[in-house]
Write a protein that binds this ligand. Sequence first.
Ligand SMILES: C[S@@+](CC[C@H](N)C(=O)[O-])C[C@H]1O[C@@H](n2cnc3c(N)ncnc32)[C@H](O)[C@@H]1O
Length: 307
Amino acid sequence: MNKNINNAKPFLKWAGGKNQLLKELNKRLPLNLKDAGTIGRYVEPFVGGGAMFFNLKNHYNIKESILLDINKELVMAYQVMKNDHKILIDLLDDIEDNHLKKDENARKDNYYRIRDIYNSKLKDFDFNNYNEQWIERTSYFIFLNKTCFNGLFRQNKNGQFNVPFGLYKNPNICDKININLVNQALNNTEIICSDFIHSDKYIMEGTFVYLDPPYRPISKTSNFTMYSKGGFTDLDQLELSNFYKNIDQKGAYLMLSNSDPKNNDLTDTFFDNLYGEYNIDIVCARRNINRNSSGRGTINELIIMNY
Ligand SMILES: C[S@@+](CC[C@H](N)C(=O)[O-])C[C@H]1O[C@@H](n2cnc3c(N)ncnc32)[C@H](O)[C@@H]1O
């Protein structure tokens, strides 16, 4: 392993973030990649906060990476981190100064003021063509992410961000050191807003692919799959398993994680049925973000590998 190539960490709190699982994921990386210390091509079709991507960047020499996610706001933020991080730092610095000098009530008002601006600009926002409005919107997005309740990203059916204010003594709104490191980590990285199904064109023999789709809910009340307006259904999980089988045929190294349905129902063999021909490891993970507190604590997760 090449130590300390880059020490960047996720710049957002993201539901389903894999920080807690990294130890187990690292143990299971393909041996030849581990030994070589180099990854030729890395593809992550559900990048979210990118815990795995940044972790790999810390230890391996990755020649090129392609990160994808269906969430436009998230992909916007990655693009700004890559292209305009210095202006972003200036904007966030101002937002942070202005916010932290306020008392708690005024901070709350400030949060809702920025949330309103952010939502009101959604309707006419051009997510297709990079322009300087992306930088301002990303500064609001990061501010809201760092100061909202539980660091959740949740939209209503109209795509409006609707998470309430969260109480934090000293939120790190403008983490300059990390933003600079993230910018460096995104060198040789392409970031694409897309459904996972279109990532197949970037995957070839020897590509390392980490897939971390929205969890299959572990309880009927769990809202874990609702990252974007549509959610991720069992039919999507089935489509993903067919996709996995296709890219397996290309000779790529595949690692996929999901929650273990047996946490709740020992007879639920959903993933055994979909991925029976592959290596399925069951590992213990801590889960932090959930609506009801019973969703916190330790649960089993699955790591499914084709090697
Ligand atoms: C479990 S999260 C990934 C978390 C990530 N591994 C991390 O460490 O933060 C799943 C991600 O999949 C994205 N997503 C949901 N449906 C998708 C789809 N059909 N295609 C691509 N990405 C999708 C969500 O926006 C979310 O960011």
